[in-house]
Every structure is written in C-alpha cells, then in structure tokens.
Design a binder for this molecule. Structure first.
Ligand code: NAP
Length: 243
C-alpha cells in the first residue's frame, strides 16, 4: 500500500538503539527508505537485518566527519535528529568534560547535520521536514540532569531559530519532547519502583512512554498532516509538562 512516505529517503541519527531504532522501524513500515547513522556498527548490522536501510557508522559530535558523511549520502527527503546522550550529574558535580560531550552530541551535532542537509535542500529547492528529539527536560528541572536539561533547552531554542530562518524555503523544523521512554536501557534504569515512583507520580497518565508512541509523533510531524506546524516543541509526556 502506498503512503506519503513511500520512496522517501529519511535520515535518522542514532538509529542503532532505543527511540531512534523504533523511529527507523516505524518509518520503514510506512514505506520510507531509511538512511541510518549511529556509532556502533553491530547495532546497524542488526537493524539492517530487520528493515531495508542504508547504514553509516559515524560519530556525529565531529563536525568534519558530519560534512564528509552527508556529502556521500545522495538526496535526503526528511531528517530526524535523534542521537543524544545523557551523563547524569548534579549541578554542583557537573564537570566541564561532561558539559562539552553532552553539548557536542545533543546540540552541536544537530546543528552540523542539519546545516549539511539543509544546504543541499536549498540548492535542490526541496521542501523537507526536520524533527529534533528533545525532552521534557528542556522545560522542567530534573534532579541530577543539569547539563542534559541545559542541552535540551538549547535544542528547543535552536529548533525555533531553524523554523524561523528556514520557513521561507518551505522547510519545517519541530521538536518532540518525550517523558521517560521505555527503551531497553531506560527499562533497566527505571525498573526500580523506588526510582520510577516519584517520576510516575508527576505524569497524569501514570505511565512512561513507549518508543513507538514517540515514533508515531515523529511520523506525524514529518508528514503532510503537519504542513502548518513549524517551530513547535511537542510534548509526548502523558501530561508531565502540564502540571
Ligand atoms: P539510546 O538508547 O542511548 O540510543 C541513542 C542512540 O544514539 C544510540 O544508537 C547511540 O549510539 C547513538 N548516538 C549517541 N551519540 C552519538 C554520536 N555522537 N554519533 C552517532 N550516534 C550517536 O537513547 P534513547 O533513549 O533512545 O534516546 C534517543 C533520543 O531521545 C535522545 O536524543 C534522548 O535525549 C531523547 N530522549 C530519550 C528519552 C528516554 O527516556 N529514553 C526521553 C526523552 C528524550 P551508541 O550507543 O553506539 O553510542
């Protein structure tokens, strides 16, 4: 069956694990041709056995690697900036090294990947869409997540400026802001009720998100149903940010 994504080439960063992998699988099921980038070759190899996709191993925190990589890719129709890291530290314990590593992936990689992709869109006159994976942490203080919160706040701000400047080219840019999402790693981290209880108590729907629930919102924001939406930071948080 044909869908609006049939044959569309969608670049998904951090597609090796977790939410990015779910997004890649979800969009592939909707007919897209996935271009998957991640750091660990073994993850991309197993993804390549689950869906038909082009894979690239790269560390996106290196801007020169990004420019070279995107230059070899062929035409991309839409972009999902999903790759991200979290180094949990309190404000007082936060190190300069953790700050630099987090910002390099969660903010600077989004900038450099998007610049490389969008420059080519403007030359082609292509009106693509971009979705950036932000977090509820961009708008709410989470304990022991000082730099992570700062990085996602910066990402929401970058998303708004991209939307402002790229609107004239017909390019839409939005963020999705999930709550805790039960990737395999998050299930381990949040499996302990002593840890999950206080967070669940702040979520009106009383549960964490599932990766496919985030992927479905990414699909919506990339597609024609969201044609009038740009510059938004859309919570997928069971109501956490409403409280
Ligand atoms: P994850 O399970 O740790 O997966 C992240 C993926 O990104 C991995 O495949 C990782 O590859 C890749 N990656 C990380 N740094 C990279 C780099 N420098 N270059 C290329 N690839 C890189 O994380 P996740 O939980 O799915 O999170 C995905 C996104 O959603 C992140 O932006 C995160 O901040 C956001 N988010 C997550 C949650 C949650 O509860 N899970 C909630 C809100 C927002 P390697 O493993 O090989 O390094």
């Amino acid at each position: 069956m044909k869908s609006e994504f049939t044959g569309q080439r969608i670049l998904v960063t951090g597609a090796g694990k977790g939410i990015g992998r779910a997004i890649a699988r979800h969009l592939a099921a909707a007919g897209a041709r996935i271009v998957a980038v991640s750091r660990t070759a073994a993850d991309l190899a197993t993804l390549g056995r689950e869906i038909t996709c082009e894979t690239h191993v790269a560390d996106l925190s290196d801007p020169s690697a990004v420019a070279a990589l995107v230059g070899t890719m062929g035409d991309i129709d839409h972009l999902v900036n999903n790759a991200g890291i979290s180094i949990p530290q309190t404000f007082l314990d936060c190190t300069a090294e953790a700050f630099d590593r987090t910002m390099a992936v969660n903010v600077r990689a989004v900038l450099s990947v998007s610049q490389a992709v969008v420059r080519r869109w403007i030359v082609r006159g292509h009106r693509g869409a971009i979705v950036n994976l932000s977090s509820q942490a961009s708008q709410a203080a989470l304990p022991a997540h000082a730099v992570y919160c700062a990085s996602k706040g910066a990402l929401d701000a970058l998303t708004r400026v991209m939307a402002l400047e790229l609107g004239a080219h017909g390019i839409r840019v939005n963020a999705v802001n999930p709550t805790v999402t039960l990737t395999p790693m998050a299930e381990m981290a949040w499996g302990d009720p002593a840890k999950s209880g206080p967070m669940l108590a702040r979520i009106p729907l009383g549960r964490f998100a599932r990766p496919w629930e985030v992927a479905a919102v990414v699909e919506f924001l990339l597609g024609p149903s969201a044609a009038m939406i740009t510059g938004a930071a859309l919570p997928v948080d069971g109501g956490f940010l409403a409280t």
